[in-house]
Design a protein around this ligand. Structure first.
Ligand SMILES: C[S@@+](CC[C@H](N)C(=O)[O-])C[C@H]1O[C@@H](n2cnc3c(N)ncnc32)[C@H](O)[C@@H]1O
Length: 231
């Protein structure tokens, strides 16, 4: 594991280089109303260690999948609706995106979804037990294309090790990116971790197209899907 990655990603909150850009928190009226009226039904309180299956009142999920960086939530909502026997936890730092996700979830009557408004690194470190997660979805993580920004990329060796640590044996990670150099880096970083096995796959038919992906496709970016399993 590269030492610089460990230093960048695993240092305490206030010193860490973030994997996201803090955009404006300005929300549409509908997004702020959605948060105001429904946040308490979706919120995962960050107190102590979370027991993922117990987050879903009245449902005993077969699997609990964490989606890292759910953005505006279109994919999250569609996947949750298509898989009612699973529980989904969307982790996103951007509040307007959370408002948008709640609007989708409400309009589709989704009950198997919870949301965390926090940096995933802190969530995993402070609130998730080892070997407790069934899967992660990471769709279109910020590519940080400029060389000077590469160290802000999420899928670096130290973070991959953290994911592996939190996954049950047989748990899966599904990733998609429209930035080819990042796809190659992701592949390289995963291949140096002995706890996971996998690589590039065909686009899975179950993964809906997000707004972000649509933008990439319109710029003729090639989309790469990757899949890994915890040994
Ligand atoms: C490029 S967007 C993609 C959003 C969505 N998955 C899609 O495909 O449209 C990446 C998202 O990841 C979120 N993000 C980046 N780093 C994060 C972190 N450490 N914890 C939680 N969310 C993060 C950003 O706020 C942003 O919304």
């Amino acid at each position: 594991m590269a030492l610089f990655a460990t230093m960048e990603q695993l240092t305490p909150k206030k010193f860490r280089l973030r994997s996201f850009r803090l955009r404006g928190e300005r929300m549409t009226k509908a997004q702020s109303e959605a948060l105001l009226n429904h946040w308490n039904r979706f919120e995962v309180p960050l107190e102590g260690v979370i027991d993922p299956p117990s987050l879903f009142y009245g449902i005993k999920p077969e699997k609990v999948i964490f989606e890292i960086g759910s953005g505006m939530g279109e994919t999250t909502a569609k996947i949750a609706v298509a898989n009612p026997t699973n529980g989904y936890v969307a982790v996103e730092v951007h509040k307007p995106g959370i408002g948008a996700l709640i609007i989708h979830a409400e309009s589709l009557g989704i009950r198997n979804l919870k949301i965390i408004n926090e940096d995933i690194i802190d969530v995993l470190h402070d609130h998730i037990a080892d070997s407790s997660i069934d899967g992660f979805h990471i769709f279109f993580p910020d590519p940080w294309p400029k060389r000077a920004q590469h160290k802000r990329r999420l899928l670096q060796p130290a973070f991959i090790e953290l994911l592996a640590q939190k996954m049950k044996s047989g748990a899966e990670i599904s990733i998609a990116t429209d930035w080819l150099p990042y796809a190659k880096e992701i592949e390289k970083n995963f291949s140096s971790n002995n706890s996971v096995i996998g690589g590039v796959i065909e686009r899975p038919s179950w993964r809906p197209i997000t707004k972000f992906e649509g933008k990439g496709i319109s710029k003729e970016h090639v989309v790469t899907d990757l899949h890994y399993m915890r040994r």
